[in-house]
Design a binder for this molecule. Structure first.
Ligand code: C6P
Length: 411
């Protein structure tokens, strides 16, 4: 199978990701664990290196040149993110440690301010633990109730069940845009509109959406949107919380410390304006700068081309895996991102992952931080290949052949 399609020059792209030319266990690396974290292009690596080599200093504090340069780079990175997700204002973009950090922030401050006994929060069966546990914690603290939208056997969100759950008691809906385990692309816009009709706010977990599809927060009309830098070719330890200006202004701060204050006396502290109100302490400065470099890289390739190419890869991989005896795909939604989860009759996912790792192929196995979803399908876990735009059709072939070999060894 060809590695170069008319959509993207994948060989050129691959040459910009140094790690992709290394060997693992004596074999060329086939990296199919992009859902866990993506690889980094040279432009991101050199943005990080340049910052530490020439600009390193603290931001928002210094009068000296280095501090001002670093502050400018960090705030420009915020603007890059704002434009990428089409937020109305730059100060609606809050830097966090990642999707988990963003969701915990909102669960905590929204819960503190708005939740009371008997109120309801709605999530879905396919949520990542990061979009379950923070809501459980705040519900427990406030005596609120967590409701869960079921899914069908294909792994699709059940809209009519959702409508039944929505009520005047619903205060917030927190749903994943794309499922990390099933690949399901949820109808986020419709979910948001229906919640708004009931006066509820909506947080979208975009961890698996932003690297693969165009996200426009104004078009979606979401109230909050969370994602991670490291899944979109940027560094680890940085992520984004988008929130509508008036909503963020009306929420209390999350953590106390430097940068989030206007004035402090022992009697009373006044808080800084957005976005700084939610960014206490020295932030991950280089993380923000690296994330902006990653966005520049995505923009250079083109998110529409990325989406189209990955769709071709997924379609091809799905066709190929369906021909392997004993394989059952978990997650066959009509609309899917480039996630291929599966189980093989008579084998354990971990054994498959371990064997094909010996052949240089990286996939993820286990519950993928979605234990309730595994319970829904009555399985302990899956093997999961997640594709990115630097993967090739040839790599899909290598993966499928390795899978066949592993199954032969295990049965
Ligand atoms: N999913 C996966 O292998 P953090 O760890 O904060 O960057 O992202 C958490 C998270 C939240 N929501 C979704 C939908 C996710 O997929 C993830 C991370 C990885 O599927 C690691 S468990």
């Amino acid at each position: 199978m060809e590695t170069k399609t008319s959509i993207l020059d994948v060989e050129l792209i691959r040459s910009e990701f140094p790690i992709l030319s290394r060997k693992v266990n004596g074999q060329p690396l086939v990296y199919l664990d992009n859902g866990a974290t993506s690889q980094k292009p040279l432009s991101v690596i050199s943005a990080i290196s340049k910052y530490y080599t020439y600009q390193n200093s603290n931001i928002h504090r210094g009068i000296h040149t280095l501090s001002q340069e670093a502050t400018t780079a960090y705030e420009e990175a915020r603007t890059t993110v704002q434009q990428f997700i089409n937020a109305e204002h730059t100060h609606e973009v809050i830097f966090t440690s990642g999707t988990t950090g963003s969701i915990n922030l909102i669960a905590s401050v929204f819960g503190k301010k708005h939740l009371k006994e008997g109120d309801e929060i709605i999530i879905s069966t396919m949520e990542h633990h990061s979009n379950i546990v923070p809501w459980q914690m705040i519900c427990e603290e406030k005596g609120a109730i967590l409701k869960v939208v079921p899914i069908n056997d294909k792994g699709e969100f059940l809209m009519s069940e959702y409508e039944n759950l929505l009520s005047d008691k619903t205060k917030l809906v927190a749903i994943t845009h794309v499922s990390n385990t099933l690949g399901t692309i949820n109808p986020a816009k419709e979910i948001i509109a229906k919640a708004h009709q009931k006066g509820a706010l909506v947080l979208i977990d975009g961890a698996q959406a932003v690297p693969h599809t165009k996200v426009d927060v104004q078009e979606l009309d979401c109230d909050f949107y969370a994602f991670s830098g490291h899944k979109m070719f940027g560094p680890t330890g940085v992520g984004i919380l988008y929130g509508k200006e008036d909503l963020l202004n009306n929420l209390p701060p999350y953590q106390g410390g430097g940068d989030m204050i206007k004035t402090v006396t022992f009697e009373k502290t006044t808080y800084n304006e957005l976005p700084h109100k939610f960014e206490a302490g020295t932030p991950n400065i280089v993380g923000g700068i690296g994330l902006a470099a990653a966005i520049d890289y995505i923009n250079k390739i083109g998110i529409d081309k990325i989406e189209a190419y990955e769709h071709e890869l997924l379609t091809y991989a799905t066709e190929q895996i369906k021909q392997v005896e004993g394989v059952q795909i978990i997650g066959e939604a009509e609309k899917k991102a480039s996630v291929l989860s599966f189980v093989v009759e008579g084998t354990h996912p971990t054994d498959i992952g371990t064997i094909i790792d010996k052949l240089g192929i990286a996939i993820r196995t286990g519950h993928h931080c979605t234990e309730p979803l595994m319970n829904r399908f009555n399985i302990p876990g899956t093997a999961r290949a997640t594709f990115s735009f630097y993967n090739t059709f040839n790599e899909v072939d290598i993966f499928i052949n390795a899978l066949k070999r592993a199954i032969k060894m295990l049965l």
